[in-house]
Design a binder for this molecule. Sequence first.
Ligand SMILES: Cc1cc2nc3c(=O)[nH]c(=O)nc-3n(C[C@H](O)[C@H](O)[C@H](O)COP(=O)(O)OP(=O)(O)OC[C@H]3O[C@@H](n4cnc5c(N)ncnc54)[C@H](O)[C@@H]3O)c2cc1C
Length: 433
Amino acid sequence: MVSGDCDLLVVGAGAAGIAAAREALSLGLRVRVLEARGRVGGRARTDHSLGTPFDMGATWLHAAQSNPLMPLAEAAGLWLFDHDAVRDSRVWMGDRWAGAAELRDYEAAERDWHAAVRLAAAGPAAEVRRMSLADAAPRGGFWDATLTHWEAPVISGAEARDIDLGDYLSTLLHGTNLMPRDGCGHLLEVLARGLPVALEAPVERISWGGRRVRAEGGFGVVEAGAAVVTVSTGVLASGAIRFDPALPGAAAQAAHDLPMGLLSKVGLRAAGDDRLDVPAFGGIERRLEEGERAMTFVAWPFGRDHLQGFAGGALAWEMAREGDAALVDLAFSELRRIYGGRADRALRRDGAVVSGWARDPWARGAYAALRPGCGGAREALSAPIGEGRLHLAGEACHTTLAGTLAGAWLSGAQAARSAAALLGLRPVPDLPA
Ligand SMILES: Cc1cc2nc3c(=O)[nH]c(=O)nc-3n(C[C@H](O)[C@H](O)[C@H](O)COP(=O)(O)OP(=O)(O)OC[C@H]3O[C@@H](n4cnc5c(N)ncnc54)[C@H](O)[C@@H]3O)c2cc1C
């Protein structure tokens, strides 16, 4: 049984919860973290069943220059690899790989695609506020469908028609993408060491109407001066945690306006020595026609003997409904289109790993995407509730680094500072840029 009294209760030990707990401890607060799963890290989990680290969720430290996890990883002595320095993607054209001139054309088309999206967003504000990414994304060009597929289902985990245009632009990631050699999940495990985390303690009810906040579940009862709740918007909207009184309308609406997107990962191990003529970290993608969908791959990271496959958006939800084997089948059929029977000889079907975030009750998807026309929801989700006794935090709350570990971390730390101010222990410094 977990029970007792503390200054700050943190619900969830993912990136936001770990950051909130570390921040609150550094401010001198008595902290308790309640985590539903039997592990920390949330949507960052490093699996080892392929024999080497494989991140089921978060894989890269994006926007390295402004990523708060980068200095922490370095201080912990973890090796960060600059993936962009070796990025070498090949693009299948249906019957052959794209040649150098075609790849240059693809790069130019990418610049034009982004320019067209920005131009559409510069239109009359009242119209732009209601626009989706699909309304702005160019169509009909030779590479347009491929680029929209990359930016929406693959990067954002949602279809372009389901992504708010303004939010897409505000949350575009810039800068270097680093890969921790031992995994993002491992990084969070290291950063959570020594924190007062109770595992397998799912919170079922949070009462915040009185002077103190009270969390209840099968674990017992914990009371606190304030609480930071870092569960995904999918978990919030599911009603798995009963709030008493109910969350204010603006916060509940914000969780609804930020539904979970899905990015699913599959790990396939090499059967022998054949590496499909792709170097370590090499990307494999296909040029798509309008309406076509595909998986993308990153081969042999760190020279390891596995290939990572990604499926996003509606395709990923469809596969999730059919079960893990469907995603493995899809990965093989995608690779067979390119390599024919060589794909079956080069890769092993047995022991394949599949991420499974859709059916995970403590995640219910990968990361949130803002519905078109719902600007302001991220700010509404993170606004203090009950004079600051209750804060919602996590990746969906960050207005520029949404959907990332960095955004979750900054949001959690900020919520803890805000709660500390309420408790009268420290003033709230400015929000990080
Ligand atoms: C496939 C995939 C790929 C990704 N790739 C990247 C990437 O390359 N780079 C990047 O920066 N980000 C990436 N992300 C996103 C990143 O993983 C998330 O943005 C981040 O981990 C979210 O952290 P969080 O703390 O907001 O939420 P979470 O990690 O979900 O943490 C919330 C915690 O709350 C717990 N919880 C839920 N319900 C309860 C309850 N009732 N009681 C107690 N605890 C509860 C959960 O178990 C969880 O541990 C990826 C995500 C996925 C799924």
